[in-house]
Design a protein around this ligand. Structure first.
Ligand SMILES: COc1cccc([C@H]2O[C@H](CC(=O)N[C@@H](CC(=O)O)C(=O)O)C(=O)N(CC(C)(C)C)c3ccc(Cl)cc32)c1OC
Length: 342
């Protein structure tokens, strides 16, 4: 019965994975068996942390304690959390978190150590940002490091520990950090309308504060010209990570690991280029069309194809980048530098 119960828990973990993000769940399930369960569990533990961070019904002090202690909780058999707010979309994961703990404890110790280390550092970083706002560019990069860059670090170390990738992949953590920052900054830039309407804003005031006095004014129709200039500066800030992203992907050799890493990045370049100079971002949550996403998934299976995709999106960006745009010079510089790497 133990065998049956054990496989039942991992099956349940994959059910949760599919509930949280269907498209990405499929890519994780296609990973090499040496990484599949470890990354599924890492993803669910991060999702658990994220659910606590996002839950505005949890009082500040209690939330900070939960975030800072989460790296210990993942070792506690039977641990669950049944106090999530009613609207939390991933609350069920925390209600049944004991299933994730059971499977986490069955991972090789080396995998547990990486996952626990990242969970500890991310939880501490999230706790800090429950009472600190993202104002300067430095705090923007630090916040994105905590919530996304560290995921890049942890995954790169798991790739190396699995021996599917070179040990060097788990050592050059600057490139790994950029993999997280490009994804996170693209999401933050794209989600401005939704976030401001939710009463949150992850755009650094050092950028938007030059174009508006409040977040509401930033997305208002009355202030539209200035809003677009702020949007273009946010896009430019995200675009600066592209050279590191291509350098990181160039070192990944195992096919299933490559696709796992490349698909989110090609989605992100398509999204950030769509957002550039696009007023609709301030009114709506813009997403690339389903057909384009399907094309990207099918063409993100080797570095030459990914470089070709990036080259194509940089050409689209070039056409959207006009000399009268204040970001013109910076964007041109990133395009030229990246095209030289391709
Ligand atoms: C080397 O680094 C990576 C390599 C491959 C994938 C990711 C990264 O990609 C997804 C992709 C994903 O989750 N896509 C969603 C769409 C979306 O959320 O925008 C989806 O396809 O549903 C993503 O977005 N994040 C969330 C963070 C960005 C915060 C790290 C994420 C969360 C947990 C894990 Cl284990 C991995 C990732 C990496 O992380 C940097």
């Amino acid at each position: 019965t133990v065998k049956l119960q054990v496989s039942g828990d991992m099956k349940r973990c994959y059910d949760f994975l599919e509930m949280t993000s269907r498209s990405f769940a499929a890519v994780i399930q296609e990973l090499n068996p040496k990484l599949r369960d470890g990354i599924c569990l890492f993803y669910l533990i991060l999702r658990g942390l994220d659910t606590i961070e996002d839950d505005m019904t949890i009082p500040g002090a209690k939330k900070r304690h939960l975030l800072e202690k989460f790296h210990e909780v993942i070792y506690q058999k039977g641990w669950t959390f049944k106090e999530s707010g009613p609207d939390e979309k991933d609350a069920l994961l925390l209600v049944e978190f004991d299933v994730v703990v059971n499977e986490f404890l069955r991972l090789p110790t080396e995998y547990q150590d990486v996952i626990a280390d990242i969970t500890r550092r991310m939880g501490a970083g999230m706790a800090k940002y429950t009472h600190t706002r993202v104002e300067s560019l430095e705090s923007y990069n630090e916040y994105c490091h905590y919530v996304a860059g560290l995921v890049g670090h942890g995954l790169s170390r798991l790739f190396a520990v699995s021996t599917l990738e070179d040990a060097s992949v788990g050592e050059n953590l600057e490139l790994a950090n950029s993999m997280g920052l490009f994804l996170q900054k693209t999401n933050i830039t794209r989600d401005i309308n939704e976030d401001v309407l939710d009463g949150r804003c992850f755009w650094p005031k050092a950028i938007w504060g030059k174009y508006a006095t409040t977040e509401e004014e930033l997305i208002s129709k009355a202030n539209r010209e200035k809003g677009i200039e702020a949007l273009n500066e946010m896009c430019t800030n995200a675009l600066q990570h592209i050279p590191d992203v291509l350098a990181y992907l160039s070192q990944i050799k195992e096919p299933s690991v490559f696709r796992f890493c490349a698909i989110p990045q090609t989605m992100a370049i398509a999204t950030i280029v769509l957002c550039y100079d696009n007023a609709r971002v301030l009114d709506d949550n813009v997403k690339i069309r389903k057909g384009e996403a399907i094309k990207l998934i099918s063409q993100s299976d080797n570095i030459d194809s990914v470089k070709r995709l990036f080259y194509g999106y940089l050409n689209t960006l070039e056409k959207k980048n006009h000399p009268d745009n204040p970001m013109y010079a910076q964007v041109s510089k990133i395009i030229d530098k990246t095209k030289k790497d391709i």
